[in-house]
Design a protein around this ligand. Sequence first.
Ligand code: AMP
Ligand code: MG
Length: 407
Amino acid sequence: MSDQARWLSLPEALEAIKNSVSPRPEQTQVPLTAALDNVAAQVITAPLNVPGYDNSAMDGYAVIAADANAGNSLRVIGEAFAGHPFSGEVTPGTCVRIMTGAMLPAGADAVIMQEQTDRTEQGIHCQAALCEGDNIRLAGSDLAAGETIIRAGQRLRPVDIGLLASMGIAEVTVNKPLRVATFSTGDELVPPGQPLKSGQIYDSNRYTIQAMLSRLNIEVIDLGLIRDDPEAIAAAFKKAMSQADVIVTSAGVSIGDADYTKDVMAQLGEINFWKIAMKPGKPFAFGKLGESWFCGLPGNPVAAVVTLNQIVQPLLRYLAGEDWPEQTMYRAVASKPIRKKPGRADFQRGRLTQAGDQLEASPVGSQSSGVLSSVANANCFILLEQDRGNVAAGETVTVLPFDRLLQ
Ligand code: AMP
Ligand code: MG
């Protein structure tokens, strides 16, 4: 790998990254209560039917459908509650009081809703006709034993946890969370909580980056704030390499940066310094330092956010064992003109709103790559394609709603 003078399109950069890595996540067993947001390591099939037995979807009476015509009277011979089945059998002329979720008694093939009956001294009087199967949840109608419920490589969502619980599964084999080391570089940076001197700014990138990473169930290793000093940077990289699967840093990767940063990296591993045809986020470094993958984000806060979201996120999810992720995209109408020069794919910070029966998108705030508040006020990226020029109001644009890293 070497310096590349040529500009890469974002898809080319993503393709190059995908082709460089071969994910080999380690597996571990976790209790169901700790499985949320982890990536399932193996396919999980349903070990049993859900529901496990035919049961009532209503409060009412378990009956033989053919027997429960409007106007008929039935004798109540018992009760079935959730967790307390009726052990006898429903025979013609009889019924069993039944509650939602209770097991359907033998003999019955339908449930008549309480509201469609009158209680009489002997039993009930039916006000409606029924068909076989009415108001019954059949065994296996939610999931049948043997059905796939979780794919290998699936990131577990809250409802997946519930689904596994409904199957009686208490432990899941998942891929071990990735370890990602981060540090900021820059002599001008000061950590929040300390006073600023003239010419200094607060280090925000490290905090944004770590917060975004935490949405991906990543074990974050915080290596702090490193001075623009080759020895300090080399020491930070060595520390990161010994502990992390991936190293994510911000600043120090643009062409104009002091050469020693690149020299330091070149000594420790093989890094590409890419100019990616995207805005914000032009400079981006990617490569390998020992056994760790390295992603060098630009220093400008919005550029760091966009490149982490668009370039590093798919890499991290892929390394964690997920399929290479696809993004959700919408088509919306630009509600005002947007200035754009052809040449780079532009990730404008915007707001997506419903306007009548169409989606409308409009850029928000300053589109400078240093203005983090523009991301805070947005709910989407308006993605203006690389070759596109100015956009007139009313033109169709591609919109990427903010994903969970940015929500
Ligand atoms: P650089 O990549 O070092 O040329 O930095 C580009 C811009 O991003 C400069 O204005 C830096 O001050 C700013 N910057 C770099 N690192 C950070 C950081 N950790 N937090 C906030 N701003 C930063
Ligand atoms: Mg700098």
